[in-house]
Design a binder for this molecule. Structure first.
Ligand code: PLP
Length: 363
């Protein structure tokens, strides 16, 4: 008899906690705060081989298709669910933008307050708009991300608010789901997995995710982990903190990563690399992904492809092995960058012949 209810075993996607519950630190008592994050597109590269001669089996994991437009939602669903289980009344974070957008949305979903500290002036407008519209208490700190994070750490020692930066262990637990999904979507673990590295939580989490899947016999191998920092914000590559990090890729403009050790472990245990790419290489990859593949990611996300292009030129990749690039965030958050790398649209008179003239050579 039809009940009008969806079966819980049906094809309806209910977020990463529902899907990967057996591998995550939740119980039946955990209230699940979700926006049905995860299950993001896994897209095979179609045109980069012809366009730039990149002759590898390349895939994009487009995590910009998450509910708030970045992979941060994978960790935030678990961080907010556990915070609610523990009776939190508010959450707090420092953010280059996407963490605050995600924290604000999931706090709204949970019905509690989010306080977010944002470094002054260096955040994409779309991300700030998200934090505001979701009702977070937003403070612009006159300083950089690293300074904002130390303030947040001092506050959570003093008050009972839950910190939801990636030093919150549940964030990384949830972010492991990106690795699970890549294995599920590819049918096995990839040969290489490239990611942009900022605070280094994502590369740390994905590496743990691959190991979890292998230990649970869902895959039989592990990928080589490749992390890419922006040249002006490359503390792990340099081996020391960068006091004044600078890059067009604001989401990875971080001088002293919280998960530094995790990233180094991912690199060393997997036999991988953490390398730097210049802002020019990042912007070039950003334009390529959008114009040759139809995927609009944010500048920081493109550091993964920029790094893969760089290593390809060094003959780094074993032929015939799947290479996955995580595209961490959605380009719509930061349209300003587009206008720095594109030509202004032509102005034409409103008549057919003027437009005909203007499209000569295009058709
Ligand atoms: C947070 C973020 C990063 C950096 O991820 P980490 O886990 O801090 O290394 C990269 N790209 C985007 C779009 C982000 O939001």
């Amino acid at each position: 008899m039809p009940t009008g209810k969806m079966s819980s075993t049906g094809a309806v996607w209910k977020g990463i906690i529902d899907k990967y519950r057996d591998l995550l630190p939740v119980t039946e008592k955990t209230p699940v705060i979700t926006l049905n994050e995860g299950n993001t597109p896994f897209i095979r590269s179609r045109n980069l081989k012809k366009k730039i001669g990149l002759d590898i089996e390349l895939y994009f994991k487009f995590d910009g298709a998450n509910p708030t437009g970045s992979f941060k939602d994978r960790g935030m669903t678990l961080a907010l669910s556990k915070a609610m289980e523990e009776g939190a009344k508010a959450v707090i974070c420092a953010s280059t933008g996407n963490t605050s957008a995600s924290a604000a949305a999931y706090a709204a979903r949970a019905g509690i307050r989010a306080i977010v500290l944002i470094p002054e002036g260096k955040i994409a407008l779309g991300k700030l708009a998200q934090a505001l519209v979701h009702g977070a208490h937003v403070l612009q700190v006159e300083g950089n991300f690293d300074e904002a994070l130390s303030i947040v750490k001092a506050l959570v020692r003093k008050y009972s608010i839950t910190l939801v930066n990636s030093i919150n262990p549940y964030r990384l637990e949830g972010q492991k789901s990106a690795a699970f999904e890549i294995c599920d979507q590819l049918g096995c673990a990839p040969g290489y997995h490239a990611l942009p590295v900022g605070n280094a939580g994502n590369i740390t989490a994905c590496w743990k995710g691959y190991k979890t899947y292998r230990d649970n016999k869902r895959t039989s191998s592990l990928p080589v982990m490749l992390g890419f920092q922006a040249a002006g914000a490359a503390p792990i590559v340099l081996g020391r903190p960068v006091e004044k990090p600078e890059t067009v890729a604001t989401a990875i403009r971080i001088g002293n990563p919280a998960s530094w050790k995790g990233a180094v472990a991912a690199r060393d245990e997997s036999g991988g690399r953490i390398d730097a790419v210049t802002d020019d290489e990042i912007l070039n990859a950003y334009k390529l992904i959008a114009s040759a593949e139809g995927i609009f990611c944010e500048p920081a996300s493109a550091a993964s492809l920029a790094g893969v292009i760089k290593l390809y030129k060094e003959n780094y990749f074993r032929p015939g092995t799947a290479v996955v690039c995580t595209l961490t965030g959605n380009g719509l958050k930061d349209p300003d960058t587009v206008f720095k790398v594109s030509e202004e649209p032509l102005k034409v008179k409103a008549d057919v012949s003027a437009v005909e003239k203007a499209i000569e050579g295009v058709i």
